[in-house]
Design a protein around this ligand. Structure first.
Ligand SMILES: NC(=O)c1ccc[n+]([C@@H]2O[C@H](COP(=O)([O-])OP(=O)(O)OC[C@H]3O[C@@H](n4cnc5c(N)ncnc54)[C@H](OP(=O)(O)O)[C@@H]3O)[C@@H](O)[C@H]2O)c1
Length: 317
């Protein structure tokens, strides 16, 4: 199996590369900037320079490839808009994958995309699912809820640094998953025939509300969080202001996710059948307690070491 990972430098993509290499697969990574991807080469993957917005680079990257996992998405820091990468880029990718007669294509959508079509990225994910269904490809769609890794910047670091955490009381609970677990489902899908042209929700062990995550971080860090309530109406207002200026459209597109958070539908799904099919025991799926415990233990140990070496360094506890 010769696997191409698109979006290999990303939070999820790098875990797909790591797990695929650990399983003995030949892995090629389509990367925009090889300097930022040297760690992937050091792990044993081959790098090929490409960009979803440059069709010719996709076709070249697919040479010699038998399987593809697409974990790319627009970076919030990029000037490119969601439509250019997540729609036009993905349409080019899927067409090139079909032309190259790739044996299996794994695509990441988002849970409940079909329910929130007023949110630009959800609409694009939904349309891509429909577009895939019109091809003859052997594809699998995985629909995660949210990644635990995102909670570090959102909650853990602000708590350690004593910064204010803004939370909206109306937010739905989300069953976050560790990207290492999501990566296992993606790589396993490549060789399970029953996953052909199917989609699967991927959810963590439990759905967590923002206040529950704050309480967990407080318990594990030994710090008291500074929280402030952000009314939903204010978020919507800020989004509308962002929509008024072209240069902040991409910010507004991302802020549209507030509608998902406030949609009243818990972002969660049962996993027993999916775990059985993918032969991943449910007991192996990382809990948020374990994930954050590991993070805080490592970071607090590191900070203590730094303070031991140089007492002038102030630690945040
Ligand atoms: N984050 C979540 O909570 C979440 C939840 C549900 C589903 N998902 C889905 O899971 C997938 C992975 O998300 P993620 O959070 O891991 O993404 P991420 O960390 O933001 O990484 C995005 C990746 O896409 C690449 N990329 C961006 N623009 C590109 C372009 N024009 N051409 C080629 N590559 C490009 C980036 O490469 P560079 O390093 O060059 O920028 C990076 O490798 C996405 O499909 C996302 O929609 C994410």
């Amino acid at each position: 199996m010769n696997l191409l990972v698109v979006g290999a430098t990303g939070t999820l993509g790098r875990q797909v590369v790591r797990y695929a290499l650990d399983q003995g697969l030949q892995v090629k990574c389509l990367v925009r900037n090889p300097k930022r991807a040297t760690f992937l080469r050091e792990w044993g993957a081959e790098l090929v320079v490409g960009d979803l917005t440059k069709q010719e680079t996709i076709e070249a990257a697919l040479r010699g490839v038998t399987h593809v996992v697409d974990a790319a998405t627009t970076r919030p820091t990029d000037s490119l808009r969601i439509k250019e990468v997540d729609w036009q880029g993905k349409v080019h990718l899927i067409q090139a994958v079909e032309k190259a007669e790739i044996s299996k294509f794994v695509f990441f959508s988002i849970l409940h995309a079909e329910k929130y079509r007023q949110v630009p990225l959800m609409e694009i994910k939904y349309c891509t699912e429909q577009f895939l269904a019109q091809t003859q490809l052997d594809y699998t769609i995985l629909k995660p809820c949210g990644f635990m890794q995102g909670l570090i910047g959102q909650y853990a670091i602000p708590i350690l640094e004593g910064q204010t955490i803004w939370i909206t009381g109306e937010s739905c609970p989300i069953a976050y998953m560790n990207t290492q677990d999501v990566a296992k489902f993606a790589v396993k899908a490549l060789s399970i025939p029953a996953t052909k042209r199917q989609s699967y929700a991927l959810a963590g062990v439990k759905a967590w509300s923002p206040s529950e995550i704050v309480a967990l971080c407080e318990k594990l860090s030994g710090k008291t969080a500074r929280t402030a309530g952000m009314p939903l109406g204010l978020l919507r207002f800020v989004r509308n202001v962002a929509l008024a200026f072209e240069w902040t459209w991409s910010v507004a597109e991302r802020m549209a996710f507030v509608e998902v958070m406030a949609g009243g539908i818990p972002i969660d799904a049962p996993m027993a059948e999916t775990c059985a099919l993918f032969q991943i025991p449910a007991s192996e799926i990382t809990t948020l307690e374990d994930y954050l415990q590991d993070y805080f233990s490592r970071i607090l140990r590191k900070l203590r070491e730094l303070q031991y070496k140089d007492p002038k360094i102030k630690t945040p506890f």
